[in-house]
Design a protein around this ligand. Structure first.
Ligand code: NAD
Length: 255
């Protein structure tokens, strides 16, 4: 049981993409620190398995199935959380998609699909969450999930993803500035390379393998490797930290 600065007891945290992969890995750590996690993604089956696992570990988890690319879905999701739990304290937007193709052939529709879920949905979720946090009057924490492409890396074949992940930092900075007077902090976690379903299709790609071989820590990350960063940004331990992007990459960016 966590105590003191890192304690998340009593907090209601919405985790999009919480049914699997990095979102689920972070949700387990947050729940272990005391938060009630509301896991949201598209698949009811994944959500059932994920909530069961969190509960078996002694945590509190609820699930909401939703397709966040649908108009109004992000605002509707936050409303559902508040209706069910009476409040919201934190948002962790880890839902994501990917389209890979060379820039010269990259379809405009795929660009829109990827930017919509990573960036526009982040705007919608953050706005809906912040509206409740302001009226609750007790502050709160909003966390975006960036990537190595948010700042320095220009990894090939993921034009839309890089644009969206860089855009998140601009969104974060402006929201952090506007929301700080309300005690609401806005930060980003930028994961390095993690083996999840999102990266499974390129696991044998020699170009990607070359990138993975450079990780100074000598291994790819596991979803739980991100949990400490998420718990930090949600807790009082980061009470004076806002508009920051924390890279969790085993040292890749300096390799
Ligand atoms: P993943 O594919 O395993 O999980 C993505 C999650 O998003 C799933 O739960 C899925 O159901 C949900 N999702 C997708 N489309 C949705 C929609 N329309 N509505 C609601 N939910 C939807 O991927 P992951 O690797 O766990 O990625 C999670 C986040 O981490 C993403 O933002 C991703 O860009 C980021 N990230 C991943 C890596 C990596 O190496 N895996 C690295 C950097 C950043």
């Amino acid at each position: 049981m966590a105590t003191g600065l890192f304690d998340l007891e009593g907090k209601i945290v919405l985790v999009t993409g919480g049914g699997r992969g990095l979102g689920f890995g972070m949700a387990k750590v947050i729940a272990d620190a005391g938060a009630t996690v509301v896991l949201a993604n598209r698949s009811q089956d994944q959500l059932k398995a994920a909530t069961t696992e969190v509960r078996e570990l002694g945590g509190r988890a609820h699930a909401i199935a939703t397709d966040l690319t649908q108009p109004g879905a992000a605002h509707g999701l936050v409303e559902d959380v508040v209706r069910e739990h009476g409040r919201i304290d934190g948002l962790l937007h880890a839902a994501g998609n990917q389209h890979r193709s060379p820039f010269l052939d990259f379809p405009g529709e795929a660009f829109d699909d990827v930017v919509r879920l990573h960036l526009h949905t982040a705007f919608d979720l953050a706005q809906a969450t912040a509206q409740h946090l302001v009226s609750q009057g007790e502050g709160g924490s909003i966390i975006f999930i960036g990537s190595l492409t948010s700042e320095a890396a220009g990894i090939r074949n993921i034009t839309a993803y890089s644009a969206a992940k860089s855009g998140l930092l601009g969104l974060m900075r402006t929201l952090a500035n506007e929301l700080a007077p309300h005690g609401i902090r806005v930060n980003t976690i930028a994961p390095g390379f993690f083996a999840t379903e999102m990266t499974a299709d390129v696991s044998s790609d020699p170009y990607r393998q070359g990138l993975y071989d450079r990780i100074p820590a000598g291994r790819m990350g596991t979803p739980e490797d991100l949990g400490g960063a998420a718990a930090f940004f949600l807790s009082d331990a980061s009470g004076y930290v806002t508009a920051q992007c924390l890279t969790v990459d085993g040292g890749w960016a300096v390799a």
